[in-house]
Design a protein around this ligand. Structure first.
Ligand code: CA
Ligand code: CA
Length: 259
């Protein structure tokens, strides 16, 4: 079996506007250099080369609106860079603010940990799709962090993974949290299960037969079809090509009372 492995950061790149397409190919590790550029472009529709190694960990700091994760930021609406006690973050108004990046940070990962540090605000939509990573093409294979808000000013995490034709939804309605603090959420994918955590506490787990996704794009603050806008802020995300234990999570980036 030929298994695509390695960070493949590639997509139809955005150059300032989403109608002005250009190709941007970024190789994340040494092994990828074996691939000819034409082969890389073929990755848009199929995996065209095989690499060894598990790819690299990537950290995205949401501290500007120009480049994040090495990619140019495409801005929708008017998200704002704000100061927080732990550094800068990007704030979304829940109406028309979002950002798009022409990279799927989990592409090529058969196992992974995806982490995001964020703060949901009060009075947002009941359902918000705030971190959406999807491979290019028609497969709809994707990984999503979502929130659900409740009338009593609480929220809970929903995570979603589509792999092949299988969809897995983990709606953590029994794990409500107060609106106000910053939170750390993590999706951990190992060889047989899909788990999600809030502040290092396991909330949901389900068996899964996950296969690595191809290159694609990411939206933050909104679903990629520009619905379910997020009201809140995002400070940092990290993508690791292996399952992490909670003790290895981005705890040091959380405020003291959330560590
Ligand atoms: Ca706005
Ligand atoms: Ca696929």
């Amino acid at each position: 079996m030929v298994r695509p492995v390695g960070v493949i950061s590639l997509a139809v790149g955005f150059s300032g506007s989403r109608s002005n397409l250009s190709f941007t190919a970024t190789t994340g590790n040494q092994a990828m250099r074996c691939c000819h550029a034409v082969q890389i472009l073929l990755l848009l529709t199929s995996v065209g080369c095989t690499t060894s190694g598990g790819g690299d960990q990537a950290v995205w700091d949401f501290d500007n609106l120009d480049r994040i994760g090495g990619q140019p930021v495409v801005v929708l609406g008017d998200p704002k860079v704000i100061d927080t006690p732990e550094g800068k973050a990007i704030e979304f108004d829940g109406e028309d603010d979002g950002i798009f990046l022409s990279v799927h940070p989990l592409a090529g990962f058969e196992q992974f940990t995806a982490e995001v540090v964020f703060r949901p605000y009060a009075a947002g939509l009941d359902e918000q799709r705030f971190f959406h990573m999807e491979e290019a093409g028609e497969s709809l294979e994707r990984v999503m962090f979502e929130t659900r808000l409740t009338e009593d000013n609480l929220w809970y995490l929903d995570t979603f993974v589509r792999t092949g034709d299988d969809e897995h939804t983990q709606l953590a309605a029994d794990h409500k949290h107060p609106i106000g603090p910053w939170y750390h959420a993590a999706i951990v994918m190992d060889d047989s299960s899909f788990k999600h955590y809030v502040n290092g506490e396991l909330e949901m787990s389900t068996p899964i037969d996950f296969r690595a996704q191809d290159a694609g794009q990411t939206s933050v603050g909104v679903r990629q079809n520009e619905v379910y806008w997020f009201k809140g802020a995002v400070r940092v995300a990290r993508f690791t090509p292996r399952p992490l234990k909670p003790a290895e999570f981005l705890g040091s980036r959380l405020p003291e009372n959330q560590r």
